[in-house]
Write a protein that binds this ligand. Structure first.
Ligand code: NAI
Length: 345
Protein backbone atom coordinates (compact mmCIF):
# COMPACT_ATOMS: atom_id res chain seq x y z
CA UNK A 1 0.00 0.00 0.00
CA UNK A 2 1.31 3.49 -0.86
CA UNK A 3 2.23 5.36 2.31
CA UNK A 4 1.92 9.15 2.23
CA UNK A 5 3.27 11.57 4.87
CA UNK A 6 1.39 14.86 4.84
CA UNK A 7 3.31 17.79 6.33
CA UNK A 8 1.86 21.06 7.65
CA UNK A 9 -1.71 19.72 7.75
CA UNK A 10 -4.78 21.38 9.17
CA UNK A 11 -8.22 19.94 9.91
CA UNK A 12 -9.56 21.00 6.51
CA UNK A 13 -6.71 19.13 4.73
CA UNK A 14 -7.45 15.90 6.60
CA UNK A 15 -11.18 16.12 5.92
CA UNK A 16 -10.79 16.62 2.17
CA UNK A 17 -8.09 13.96 1.75
CA UNK A 18 -9.90 11.37 3.86
CA UNK A 19 -13.01 11.86 1.74
CA UNK A 20 -10.90 10.93 -1.31
CA UNK A 21 -9.56 7.78 0.31
CA UNK A 22 -12.79 6.11 1.40
CA UNK A 23 -11.63 2.74 0.06
CA UNK A 24 -8.39 3.01 2.06
CA UNK A 25 -6.23 2.56 -1.02
CA UNK A 26 -3.43 4.56 0.59
CA UNK A 27 -2.07 4.90 4.10
CA UNK A 28 -2.07 8.50 5.27
CA UNK A 29 0.15 9.91 7.99
CA UNK A 30 -1.03 13.44 8.84
CA UNK A 31 1.60 15.62 10.51
CA UNK A 32 1.03 19.11 11.85
CA UNK A 33 4.69 20.06 11.65
CA UNK A 34 6.20 21.62 8.54
CA UNK A 35 8.76 19.72 6.51
CA UNK A 36 12.21 21.06 7.35
CA UNK A 37 15.73 19.68 7.77
CA UNK A 38 14.77 18.95 11.41
CA UNK A 39 11.52 17.09 10.69
CA UNK A 40 12.45 15.21 7.52
CA UNK A 41 13.06 12.01 9.54
CA UNK A 42 9.28 11.73 9.97
CA UNK A 43 9.10 10.76 6.29
CA UNK A 44 11.10 7.57 6.84
CA UNK A 45 9.24 4.49 5.47
CA UNK A 46 6.96 6.65 3.33
CA UNK A 47 6.68 6.45 -0.45
CA UNK A 48 5.37 9.97 -0.87
CA UNK A 49 5.61 13.24 1.04
CA UNK A 50 2.76 15.67 0.48
CA UNK A 51 3.75 19.28 1.15
CA UNK A 52 2.27 22.79 1.04
CA UNK A 53 3.49 26.32 0.33
CA UNK A 54 5.60 26.90 3.45
CA UNK A 55 7.32 23.52 3.73
CA UNK A 56 11.07 23.63 3.11
CA UNK A 57 12.08 21.33 0.29
CA UNK A 58 15.68 22.40 -0.19
CA UNK A 59 18.76 20.40 -1.27
CA UNK A 60 19.38 18.93 2.20
CA UNK A 61 15.77 17.84 2.68
CA UNK A 62 15.69 16.31 -0.81
CA UNK A 63 18.92 14.37 -0.20
CA UNK A 64 17.48 12.97 3.05
CA UNK A 65 14.18 12.03 1.42
CA UNK A 66 16.10 10.26 -1.34
CA UNK A 67 18.18 8.42 1.25
CA UNK A 68 14.94 7.28 2.95
CA UNK A 69 13.61 5.93 -0.35
CA UNK A 70 10.85 8.51 -0.81
CA UNK A 71 9.85 8.39 -4.47
CA UNK A 72 7.61 11.36 -4.84
CA UNK A 73 7.11 14.89 -3.51
CA UNK A 74 3.46 15.77 -4.08
CA UNK A 75 2.77 19.47 -3.72
CA UNK A 76 -0.84 20.13 -2.77
CA UNK A 77 -0.59 23.62 -4.32
CA UNK A 78 0.27 25.23 -7.65
CA UNK A 79 3.37 27.33 -6.80
CA UNK A 80 6.63 25.41 -6.35
CA UNK A 81 9.15 28.13 -5.45
CA UNK A 82 9.86 26.29 -2.15
CA UNK A 83 11.18 23.17 -3.94
CA UNK A 84 14.72 22.82 -5.28
CA UNK A 85 13.65 21.19 -8.53
CA UNK A 86 17.14 20.83 -9.96
CA UNK A 87 18.29 18.99 -6.81
CA UNK A 88 15.28 16.65 -7.07
CA UNK A 89 15.94 15.87 -10.74
CA UNK A 90 17.09 12.29 -11.20
CA UNK A 91 16.26 11.45 -7.56
CA UNK A 92 12.67 12.15 -6.61
CA UNK A 93 9.75 12.99 -8.84
CA UNK A 94 7.88 16.20 -8.02
CA UNK A 95 4.21 16.73 -8.88
CA UNK A 96 1.87 19.63 -8.20
CA UNK A 97 -1.75 20.69 -8.61
CA UNK A 98 -1.53 23.16 -11.48
CA UNK A 99 -5.04 24.52 -11.03
CA UNK A 100 -7.51 23.77 -8.27
CA UNK A 101 -9.68 26.79 -8.38
CA UNK A 102 -8.25 29.83 -10.06
CA UNK A 103 -11.68 31.35 -9.31
CA UNK A 104 -11.05 31.06 -5.57
CA UNK A 105 -7.91 33.20 -5.78
CA UNK A 106 -9.20 35.70 -8.34
CA UNK A 107 -12.44 36.17 -6.39
CA UNK A 108 -10.49 36.67 -3.15
CA UNK A 109 -8.43 39.37 -4.85
CA UNK A 110 -11.65 41.06 -5.94
CA UNK A 111 -13.10 40.70 -2.42
CA UNK A 112 -10.02 42.34 -0.92
CA UNK A 113 -10.18 45.17 -3.44
CA UNK A 114 -13.84 45.94 -2.75
CA UNK A 115 -13.41 45.61 1.00
CA UNK A 116 -10.50 48.01 0.92
CA UNK A 117 -11.80 50.73 -1.34
CA UNK A 118 -15.35 50.72 0.08
CA UNK A 119 -14.04 50.51 3.67
CA UNK A 120 -16.26 47.47 4.41
CA UNK A 121 -13.91 46.24 7.16
CA UNK A 122 -14.23 49.58 8.94
CA UNK A 123 -18.00 49.76 8.49
CA UNK A 124 -18.45 46.20 9.79
CA UNK A 125 -16.63 47.02 13.01
CA UNK A 126 -18.48 50.31 13.43
CA UNK A 127 -22.01 49.00 13.05
CA UNK A 128 -21.30 46.11 15.45
CA UNK A 129 -20.60 48.87 17.96
CA UNK A 130 -23.81 50.71 16.94
CA UNK A 131 -21.64 53.41 15.40
CA UNK A 132 -23.56 54.44 12.28
CA UNK A 133 -21.34 57.36 11.30
CA UNK A 134 -20.10 57.50 7.70
CA UNK A 135 -17.16 59.80 8.38
CA UNK A 136 -13.96 58.51 6.82
CA UNK A 137 -15.71 55.81 4.80
CA UNK A 138 -15.68 57.56 1.41
CA UNK A 139 -14.58 55.15 -1.30
CA UNK A 140 -14.22 55.43 -5.06
CA UNK A 141 -15.93 53.85 -8.08
CA UNK A 142 -14.14 51.04 -9.89
CA UNK A 143 -15.91 51.87 -13.14
CA UNK A 144 -13.51 53.64 -15.50
CA UNK A 145 -10.43 53.02 -13.34
CA UNK A 146 -7.33 51.39 -14.81
CA UNK A 147 -6.22 48.08 -13.33
CA UNK A 148 -2.77 46.72 -14.16
CA UNK A 149 -2.54 42.92 -13.99
CA UNK A 150 0.92 41.36 -13.73
CA UNK A 151 0.74 37.74 -14.93
CA UNK A 152 -2.10 36.77 -17.26
CA UNK A 153 -2.24 33.04 -16.55
CA UNK A 154 -5.22 31.18 -15.14
CA UNK A 155 -5.83 33.40 -12.11
CA UNK A 156 -4.86 36.68 -13.78
CA UNK A 157 -7.28 36.08 -16.66
CA UNK A 158 -10.21 35.39 -14.32
CA UNK A 159 -9.37 38.48 -12.30
CA UNK A 160 -9.34 40.45 -15.56
CA UNK A 161 -12.83 39.15 -16.44
CA UNK A 162 -14.09 40.24 -13.02
CA UNK A 163 -12.55 43.70 -13.48
CA UNK A 164 -14.08 44.04 -16.94
CA UNK A 165 -17.45 43.25 -15.35
CA UNK A 166 -16.97 46.36 -13.21
CA UNK A 167 -16.29 48.44 -16.34
CA UNK A 168 -12.60 48.87 -15.57
CA UNK A 169 -9.94 49.54 -18.15
CA UNK A 170 -7.49 46.60 -18.03
CA UNK A 171 -3.82 46.76 -18.96
CA UNK A 172 -1.50 43.80 -18.45
CA UNK A 173 2.10 42.69 -18.33
CA UNK A 174 3.30 39.12 -18.78
CA UNK A 175 6.75 37.83 -19.64
CA UNK A 176 5.01 35.47 -22.06
CA UNK A 177 1.97 37.41 -23.34
CA UNK A 178 -0.98 35.24 -24.38
CA UNK A 179 -1.36 35.29 -28.15
CA UNK A 180 -4.68 36.42 -29.67
CA UNK A 181 -6.07 37.15 -26.21
CA UNK A 182 -7.21 40.63 -27.10
CA UNK A 183 -5.53 41.84 -23.91
CA UNK A 184 -3.84 45.22 -23.90
CA UNK A 185 -0.25 44.34 -22.95
CA UNK A 186 2.09 47.13 -21.91
CA UNK A 187 5.61 47.26 -20.48
CA UNK A 188 6.00 46.86 -16.72
CA UNK A 189 6.99 50.53 -16.42
CA UNK A 190 3.90 51.66 -18.32
CA UNK A 191 1.75 49.44 -16.11
CA UNK A 192 3.26 51.02 -12.99
CA UNK A 193 2.74 54.54 -14.38
CA UNK A 194 -0.85 54.15 -15.59
CA UNK A 195 -2.57 51.86 -13.09
CA UNK A 196 -4.94 53.00 -10.35
CA UNK A 197 -4.90 49.43 -9.06
CA UNK A 198 -2.13 46.84 -9.51
CA UNK A 199 -2.79 43.14 -8.96
CA UNK A 200 0.00 40.54 -8.94
CA UNK A 201 -0.69 37.11 -10.47
CA UNK A 202 2.75 35.97 -11.62
CA UNK A 203 4.89 33.24 -10.03
CA UNK A 204 7.76 33.99 -7.68
CA UNK A 205 11.04 33.59 -9.56
CA UNK A 206 14.45 35.24 -9.29
CA UNK A 207 13.22 37.77 -11.82
CA UNK A 208 9.98 38.60 -10.02
CA UNK A 209 11.43 38.76 -6.49
CA UNK A 210 10.75 42.27 -5.13
CA UNK A 211 9.05 43.30 -8.36
CA UNK A 212 7.38 45.92 -6.19
CA UNK A 213 10.23 47.88 -4.65
CA UNK A 214 11.27 51.47 -3.93
CA UNK A 215 11.90 52.27 -7.62
CA UNK A 216 8.72 50.70 -8.95
CA UNK A 217 6.59 52.40 -6.28
CA UNK A 218 8.25 55.69 -7.25
CA UNK A 219 6.88 55.21 -10.80
CA UNK A 220 3.31 54.54 -9.64
CA UNK A 221 0.35 56.93 -9.46
CA UNK A 222 -0.27 58.60 -6.12
CA UNK A 223 -2.96 56.64 -4.29
CA UNK A 224 -2.36 53.37 -6.15
CA UNK A 225 -3.97 50.28 -4.63
CA UNK A 226 -1.68 47.23 -4.62
CA UNK A 227 -3.09 43.69 -4.40
CA UNK A 228 -0.93 40.63 -3.81
CA UNK A 229 -2.56 37.20 -3.76
CA UNK A 230 0.43 35.52 -5.41
CA UNK A 231 3.60 35.18 -3.33
CA UNK A 232 4.86 37.47 -0.56
CA UNK A 233 8.35 38.04 -1.91
CA UNK A 234 6.98 39.70 -5.05
CA UNK A 235 6.82 42.77 -2.80
CA UNK A 236 9.61 44.35 -0.80
CA UNK A 237 7.49 44.91 2.31
CA UNK A 238 9.74 47.66 3.66
CA UNK A 239 9.36 49.62 0.45
CA UNK A 240 5.60 49.08 0.61
CA UNK A 241 5.44 50.39 4.17
CA UNK A 242 7.46 53.46 3.13
CA UNK A 243 5.06 53.97 0.22
CA UNK A 244 2.10 53.80 2.58
CA UNK A 245 3.65 56.15 5.11
CA UNK A 246 4.47 58.71 2.40
CA UNK A 247 0.83 58.42 1.11
CA UNK A 248 2.11 57.37 -2.34
CA UNK A 249 0.37 54.00 -1.94
CA UNK A 250 -3.33 54.52 -1.23
CA UNK A 251 -4.00 50.99 0.01
CA UNK A 252 -2.52 47.52 0.03
CA UNK A 253 -4.27 44.16 0.23
CA UNK A 254 -1.98 41.29 1.02
CA UNK A 255 -2.92 37.63 1.16
CA UNK A 256 0.76 36.70 1.22
CA UNK A 257 3.83 38.08 2.96
CA UNK A 258 7.51 37.37 2.34
CA UNK A 259 8.15 36.17 5.91
CA UNK A 260 4.80 34.41 6.32
CA UNK A 261 6.20 30.88 6.78
CA UNK A 262 6.51 31.05 10.59
CA UNK A 263 3.46 33.24 11.13
CA UNK A 264 0.54 32.48 8.84
CA UNK A 265 -1.96 29.62 9.22
CA UNK A 266 -1.70 29.61 13.05
CA UNK A 267 -3.63 31.33 15.85
CA UNK A 268 -1.09 33.73 17.34
CA UNK A 269 -3.64 35.98 19.03
CA UNK A 270 -2.22 35.33 22.50
CA UNK A 271 1.35 36.11 21.51
CA UNK A 272 3.48 39.15 20.81
CA UNK A 273 4.12 39.33 17.07
CA UNK A 274 7.87 39.32 16.57
CA UNK A 275 7.73 40.59 13.02
CA UNK A 276 7.80 44.38 13.42
CA UNK A 277 7.27 45.02 9.73
CA UNK A 278 4.14 42.88 9.50
CA UNK A 279 2.81 44.37 12.75
CA UNK A 280 3.36 47.88 11.36
CA UNK A 281 1.68 47.02 8.07
CA UNK A 282 -1.33 45.49 9.84
CA UNK A 283 -1.62 48.60 12.02
CA UNK A 284 -2.12 50.81 8.96
CA UNK A 285 -5.77 51.77 8.34
CA UNK A 286 -5.39 51.21 4.60
CA UNK A 287 -3.75 47.77 4.71
CA UNK A 288 -5.73 44.54 4.77
CA UNK A 289 -3.91 41.28 5.46
CA UNK A 290 -5.42 37.82 5.07
CA UNK A 291 -3.23 34.86 5.92
CA UNK A 292 -2.80 33.03 2.60
CA UNK A 293 -6.51 32.37 2.50
CA UNK A 294 -7.23 33.04 -1.16
CA UNK A 295 -7.28 29.35 -2.11
CA UNK A 296 -9.59 28.32 0.72
CA UNK A 297 -12.91 27.35 -0.84
CA UNK A 298 -14.73 24.01 -0.68
CA UNK A 299 -14.28 23.58 -4.41
CA UNK A 300 -10.54 24.23 -4.24
CA UNK A 301 -9.97 21.83 -1.31
CA UNK A 302 -11.85 19.06 -3.13
CA UNK A 303 -9.89 19.67 -6.33
CA UNK A 304 -6.58 19.73 -4.45
CA UNK A 305 -7.28 16.39 -2.76
CA UNK A 306 -8.63 14.73 -5.90
CA UNK A 307 -5.78 15.91 -8.13
CA UNK A 308 -3.09 15.02 -5.57
CA UNK A 309 -4.47 11.48 -5.18
CA UNK A 310 -4.73 11.19 -8.97
CA UNK A 311 -1.12 12.40 -9.34
CA UNK A 312 0.12 9.78 -6.87
CA UNK A 313 -1.91 6.95 -8.40
CA UNK A 314 -1.02 7.89 -11.94
CA UNK A 315 2.68 7.86 -11.04
CA UNK A 316 2.66 4.50 -9.25
CA UNK A 317 0.28 2.81 -11.70
CA UNK A 318 1.64 4.24 -15.00
CA UNK A 319 5.32 3.50 -14.74
CA UNK A 320 6.12 6.94 -13.37
CA UNK A 321 4.12 8.94 -15.90
CA UNK A 322 2.22 11.91 -14.55
CA UNK A 323 0.94 14.92 -16.48
CA UNK A 324 1.46 17.16 -13.47
CA UNK A 325 5.12 16.31 -12.96
CA UNK A 326 7.51 19.25 -12.56
CA UNK A 327 11.17 19.36 -13.36
CA UNK A 328 13.76 22.11 -13.49
CA UNK A 329 13.17 22.41 -17.23
CA UNK A 330 9.47 23.22 -16.80
CA UNK A 331 8.44 25.91 -19.24
CA UNK A 332 11.32 25.03 -21.58
CA UNK A 333 9.26 23.59 -24.43
CA UNK A 334 12.29 22.42 -26.43
CA UNK A 335 13.55 20.16 -23.66
CA UNK A 336 10.25 19.13 -22.09
CA UNK A 337 9.95 15.34 -22.06
CA UNK A 338 6.57 15.51 -20.36
CA UNK A 339 5.07 17.12 -23.45
CA UNK A 340 6.32 14.11 -25.39
CA UNK A 341 4.47 11.84 -22.91
CA UNK A 342 7.69 10.64 -21.32
CA UNK A 343 8.88 10.60 -17.71
CA UNK A 344 10.88 13.68 -16.78
CA UNK A 345 13.78 11.33 -15.91
P1 NAI B 1 -0.20 30.45 -14.22
O1 NAI B 1 1.03 29.65 -14.41
O2 NAI B 1 -1.46 30.02 -14.90
O3 NAI B 1 0.08 31.97 -14.62
C1 NAI B 1 1.23 32.66 -14.28
C2 NAI B 1 1.47 33.72 -15.35
O4 NAI B 1 2.60 34.49 -14.94
C3 NAI B 1 1.78 33.13 -16.72
O5 NAI B 1 1.00 33.74 -17.71
C4 NAI B 1 3.26 33.44 -16.91
O6 NAI B 1 3.60 33.66 -18.27
C5 NAI B 1 3.39 34.71 -16.10
N1 NAI B 1 4.77 35.01 -15.75
C6 NAI B 1 5.84 34.17 -15.61
N2 NAI B 1 6.96 34.86 -15.32
C7 NAI B 1 6.58 36.17 -15.30
C8 NAI B 1 7.30 37.37 -15.09
N3 NAI B 1 8.63 37.36 -14.86
N4 NAI B 1 6.63 38.53 -15.16
C9 NAI B 1 5.29 38.55 -15.41
N5 NAI B 1 4.56 37.44 -15.63
C10 NAI B 1 5.21 36.27 -15.58
O7 NAI B 1 -0.41 30.52 -12.64
P2 NAI B 1 -1.76 30.83 -11.85
O8 NAI B 1 -2.50 29.58 -11.57
O9 NAI B 1 -2.49 31.96 -12.52
O10 NAI B 1 -1.17 31.32 -10.44
C11 NAI B 1 -0.47 32.53 -10.31
C12 NAI B 1 0.20 32.58 -8.95
O11 NAI B 1 -0.80 32.64 -7.93
C13 NAI B 1 1.01 31.31 -8.60
O12 NAI B 1 2.33 31.43 -9.07
C14 NAI B 1 0.96 31.29 -7.09
O13 NAI B 1 2.14 31.91 -6.62
C15 NAI B 1 -0.24 32.15 -6.73
N6 NAI B 1 -1.27 31.39 -6.00
C16 NAI B 1 -1.67 31.88 -4.78
C17 NAI B 1 -2.64 31.24 -4.05
C18 NAI B 1 -3.13 31.78 -2.74
O14 NAI B 1 -3.85 31.07 -2.00
N7 NAI B 1 -2.85 33.01 -2.38
C19 NAI B 1 -3.23 29.98 -4.53
C20 NAI B 1 -2.77 29.58 -5.86
C21 NAI B 1 -1.81 30.26 -6.54
Amino acid sequence: MIKVAFFDTKEYDRASFELCNVQNEMEFKFLETKLTEDTVDLAKDCDVVCVFVNDTVNDKVIDKLYEYGVKMIALRCAGYNNVDLSRAYGKIHVVHVPAYSPYAVAEHAAALLLTSIRRIHKAYNRTRDFNFSLNGLTGFDLQGKTVGVVGTGKIGRIFINICQGFGMNVIAYDKFPAKDSGLHYVSLDELFEKSDIISLHCPLTEETTHLINHESIEKMKKGVVILNTSRGALINAEALLEGIKSRKVGAACLDVYEEEADIFFEDRSGHILNDELLARLISMPNVIVTSHQAFLTKEALTNIAETTIKNIKSFFENDGLCDNELCYRCGNIEHCKKQRKQRCF
